[in-house]
Design a protein around this ligand. Structure first.
Ligand code: NAP
Length: 459
């Protein structure tokens, strides 16, 4: 019997989409076709591949009006934010812009006697496993540079956002990528693992939970498959005594609550210098109290439901446990009558400490804990007291101090006076349980290719 995946809409719990999962034998055949088609794709001129990817991006842009409500139904993003096309395009275009330079041969010698150079060659077939929280942007981070570098791509998108994989691959094909070179596949976890364990892919880029990342690493053990693992986070903010408090409260509350807190680099804990703690907290409460929780298809809604009821339940449990242990919730529940099920009101907790799950484990929801600190040393110790290391957001007018504090933080990215943003020119990466690898930037191309050395003696 064919297994199916069901996308339950967080809007009302209805089945929004249903798709047949690909059986293992069909998935193996799809892999074989992709691998057979890849060399011809890699042999096409780089400029052609770049142009095709750009065309696909434009095609996605043309359908954005259909995509925006689809996203609301699939994962709850309010329509007022207009989808993800801006970031999707920015990332793909940046990677297209730098391709020629990033993939150019590194010339060591070109003399009468020798030609010596290092060339970047594609891995072959790249599996992209993408999450639902920013389903277009997270997927394009790898798909665009992988294809541009000459790889074939197989996309296994999240079961919560099955239409996204279909749309991306359809646009790529309409733009000119051969059918077998870019494929969207609906795979169970077991089928995915079986393929990886059999060495079907030369590189796997997985973006998702720590548990998922471990399963992928286990499946790949002994196959020498290259892995990029972009996993969870518990990203801290640190507000120093010289910060612009209005900007800090605005930026950090947006970082904590946007997308109902379902951002890999969302702000989940904030440390504030004692001298500015009270006014900072007051400003945060004022901002968050204005959120409008409700149906994401309503243009007035600023916060939609979380993608699944179980995600909201986890955040509720973390919050209730913290309150039972002495934390104080500052957002009035009466302001959010639609709270319930997948719809989760935002919350700010004070009087928290690191014995509480809400300050240690990823919440991936609209709750943030705020603690007072006395100096940089204490803030650094707090920020580093975490199993994760994705980003850290520092608020100060002193760039030297931010760089100094940044040097001491175990993190993938240091932000000053901003947060929750992926700059495609910088490397998207993490440390500790956030995983390993390098997405976007010139280093993203290095991850999606392998070096090949040429040592040609002419005489
Ligand atoms: P998830 O459950 O790990 O799912 C993410 C993707 O991985 C989905 O496509 C999922 O497929 C697939 N997957 C999970 N376990 C798998 C397995 N054992 N074998 C094959 N595929 C597997 O993560 P999520 O809860 O949906 O997404 C949120 C998490 O992603 C958070 O932890 C967040 O921090 C992280 N994230 C990190 C980044 C980053 O850049 N570091 C960016 C975005 C999100 P199904 O949907 O079919 O289960």
């Amino acid at each position: 019997m064919t297994e199916t995946l069901k996308c339950l809409s967080p809007v009302d719990g209805s089945v929004y989409a249903e798709r047949a999962l690909m059986p293992l034998d069909e998935a193996r055949a799809a892999v074989a076709r992709a691998r057979a088609a890849q060399p011809a794709w890699a042999a096409r001129p780089l400029a052609e591949r770049v142009e095709i990817v750009r065309r696909a991006v434009a095609l996605i842009g043309e359908t954005n009006d259909e995509i925006v409500p689809e996203l609301a139904w699939q994962m709850g993003r309010p329509v007022r934010y207009g989808g993800e096309f801006r970031g999707f395009q920015e990332r793909a275009h940046y990677m297209a812009d730098i391709a020629a330079e990033a993939l150019a041969d590194i010339r060591i010698e070109d003399s009468a006697a020798f030609s010596r150079y290092i060339r970047r060659v594609p891995h072959g077939l790249v599996l992209v496993v993408a999450p639902w929280n920013y389903p277009y942007m997270t997927a394009i981070n790898t798909i665009a540079p992988a294809l541009i570098a000459g790889n074939a791509v197989m996309l296994k998108h999240a079961s919560q956002t099955p239409l996204v994989g279909e749309r991306i691959i359809c646009a790529l094909r309409d733009a000119g990528v051969p059918d077998d070179v870019a494929q969207n596949v609906f795979l169970s976890h077991d089928t995915t693992s079986a393929l990886i364990a059999a060495g079907a892919f030369q590189f796997v880029n997985f973006t998702g939970s720590v548990g998922g990342g471990k399963a992928i690493e286990r499946a790949a053990a002994g196959t020498f498959t290259g892995l990029g693992l972009e996993l969870g986070g518990k990203d801290p903010g640190y507000v120093m005594e010289d910060a612009d408090l209005d900007a800090a409260a605005d930026g950090l509350m947006d970082g904590a609550m946007f997308n109902s807190g379902q951002c890999c680099c969302g702000i989940e804990r904030i440390y504030v210098h004692a001298s500015v703690y009270e006014p900072f907290v007051e400003k945060c409460v004022e901002i968050v109290s204005k959120a409008r929780l409700g149906n994401p298809l309503d243009p007035d809604t600023t916060m939609g439901p979380m993608a699944q009821v179980r995600f909201a339940d986890l955040v509720r449990a973390q919050t209730e446990e913290a309150i039972a242990a002495g934390a104080r919730p500052l957002i009035d529940r009466a302001l959010f009558p639609s709270d319930g099920g997948a719809y989760l009101m935002p919350q700010i907790l004070v009087d928290v400490d690191h014995s509480m799950r809400v300050m240690r484990e990823e919440s991936f929801g609209p709750v943030v804990g705020i603690m007072r600190v006395k100096d940089d040393a204490e803030a650094i110790a707090m920020m580093n007291d975490s199993e994760f290391g994705l980003t850290a957001s520092l608020w100060t007018r002193d760039a030297d101090r931010a760089a100094r504090v940044g040097d001491a933080i175990e993190t993938g990215t240091v932000f000053m006076n901003r947060c929750d943003y992926l700059d495609p020119a910088l490397c998207w990466t993490g440390c500790k349980n956030t995983g390993r690898g390098a997405g976007l930037s010139v280093l993203g191309y290095h991850a999606l290719t392998r070096p090949k050395s040429y040592h040609l003696k002419k005489a």
